[in-house]
Design a binder for this molecule. Structure first.
Ligand SMILES: Cc1ncc(COP(=O)(O)O)c(C=O)c1O
Length: 404
């Protein structure tokens, strides 16, 4: 039987429609988008610019405001270091929060070593920051607020528009790591959105491989008007991307990013509804079959706006997630964050919610995606319920009870 992939927050499969659009750029259209003197270069450049427009449209910004990178880690580095190094004479203070991805946290730590001051805001039991605390944290010295749109481990969505407004009122730049939200929930950053200035986002990072595009392409959105955001480059060289990110562009991956963004734009609403329903079915199915399970992050029902539609992080008390996963060879899930699995240890996100080690080590992240079916969710519920009960010794105990 086909394995069930429920680890879409780590990476998504490539949408076959995206692959079709990419293939010619891995074959006959191999030109360098920076080659201005022949048609091989022109074809590549045209494709890159079309993709830039597709990416821009998804977040209501203009194509000139989008810079191509290799992925969200690079975009977050470029955004945060880029602002810090450009505006260090204006101020040396940055505000972020404790459940950010390490692409943001480690970049901030690096800047602390260089003499910047960073405030790490705490989160509540649902994983949200407190807006009053954010307001209090901003000082005359603050140049940047960096708060993720949605969390990769628990799916908590932050109040982005409210944060954008606070930053605007204080004249502080606002960067959001939108890696997990881009293409999944509506995000409007700029002038093109229905709301003037959208959600007040000045810089936004996103990645192709989290929204059914390829690995190796990401974007950084940089606001051009009201206010114009300037950054210092991290990578120097041939002056690509207006000198902000040098290096030959990865044309096939960029083309794939654009195609993936266009599909997300068309399907987002329906897909969010479908995945939200499947995710709720997964949790209520497990809850009906098992005692002692805990859903982390926002509450399961009635708080749809605060949780990504595809994510559920659940602890199965008295069962170690590593043992559970090793018995579920045909179901791909993760414990903690696959993005940070190079350094194992209890998840910093679950710790920040005040969850104890025992529950952390029994937590599993289920992240659903476009290609999951209702039948797969039903199979997952049965397989997990059976495996958890067997690991807890319940099945053996029941058999013993019926034979005595
Ligand atoms: C919230 C978040 N930010 C950043 C990243 C890094 O993205 P990338 O793999 O594109 O570098 C990830 C995932 O890996 C993520 O989930």
């Amino acid at each position: 039987m086909k394995a069930i992939y429920l680890d879409n927050n780590a990476t998504t499969p490539l949408d076959p429609r995206v692959l079709d659009v990419m293939l010619p750029y891995l074959a006959e259209h191999f030109g360098n988008a920076a080659s201005k003197s022949h048609r091989f270069g022109w074809i590549a450049e045209e494709a890159v610019e079309k993709a830039r427009e597709q990416a821009a449209q998804l977040i209501g910004v203009t194509a000139e405001e989008v810079i191509w990178t290799s992925g969200a880690t690079e975009s977050c580095n470029l955004a945060i270091k880029g602002i810090a190094h450009r505006y260090h004479e204006k101020g040396r203070h940055i505000v972020t929060q404790v459940t950010e991805h390490r692409a943001v946290l480690d970049t901030c730590k690096h800047l602390e070593d260089q003499g910047f001051r960073v405030t790490y805001l705490p989160v509540d039991v649902y994983g949200q920051i407190d807006l009053d605390r954010l307001q209090d944290a901003m000082t005359e010295d603050t140049i940047l607020v960096s708060i993720m749109s949605a969390n990769n481990e628990i799916g908590t969505v932050q109040p982005i528009a409210e944060i954008g407004k606070l930053c605007k009122d204080r004249g502080v730049f606002f960067h959001t790591d939108a890696t997990q939200a881009f293409g999944k929930i509506p995000l409007s950053a700029g002038q093109r959105s229905e709301v003037a200035d959208g959600m007040g986002i000045d810089l936004l990072s996103a990645s192709g491989h989290k929204m059914y595009g390829p690995k190796g392409a990401g974007i950084l959105y940089l606001r051009r008007k009201n206010p114009r955001v300037l950054i210092e480059a991290n990578i120097h060289g041939g002056g690509h991307e207006r000198g902000l990110r040098s290096g030959t562009l990865n044309v096939p991956a960029i083309v794939g990013f654009g195609a993936a963004a266009e599909i997300c734009m068309k399907q987002m609403e329906g897909e969010a509804q479908r995945l939200g329903r499947l995710r709720d079915k997964l949790f209520s199915g497990l809850e009906a079959r098992l005692e002692d399970i805990v859903l982390h992050g926002p509450p399961p029902r009635g708080h749809a706006a605060q949780r990504l539609p595809n994510t559920a992080n659940i602890s199965f008390r008295h069962v170690e997630s590593e043992s559970l996963m090793s018995m579920l060879e045909d179901i791909a899930v993760s414990s903690g964050s696959a993005c940070t699995s190079a350094t194992p240890g209890p998840s910093h996100v679950l710790k920040a919610l005040g969850i104890g080690d025992e529950l952390i080590y029994s937590s599993i992240r289920f992240s659903l995606g476009r290609f999951n079916t209702e039948e797969e969710i039903e199979r997952t519920i049965e397989r997990i319920a059976e495996t958890v009960r067997s690991l807890r010794g319940e099945i053996g105990a029941e058999r013993r009870a019926t034979t005595t």
